[in-house]
Design a protein. Structure first.
Length: 81
């Protein structure tokens, strides 16, 4: 979740946050950060789903075009032969 950040780096960040915001504000800050991360992840997942749906739609259109072209080619061949 945190990429290349290790335990020691997380502890340092938490210590700095504790010094800056104080012990009373830290739980509220954590809740806000958690909500923000949840919303970001939710939006990211929705965006990925939209892109996936769009790609599927494009692929279906390409298959449909190829099928129509093949059918047209077969019809021309049948009419000529």
């Amino acid at each position: 979740m945190f990429g290349n950040i290790g335990i020691s780096e997380i502890l340092i960040i938490l210590l700095i946050a504790l010094l800056i915001f104080g012990p009373r504000k830290l739980p509220e800050l954590g809740k806000s950060l958690g909500r923000a991360l949840f919303e970001f992840k939710k939006t990211s997942n929705e965006f990925q789903k939209t892109l996936s749906d769009f790609n599927k739609e494009i692929e279906e259109e390409e298959v449909e075009k190829e099928t129509k072209k093949e059918n047209t080619d077969k019809s021309k061949t049948a009419l000529q032969g």
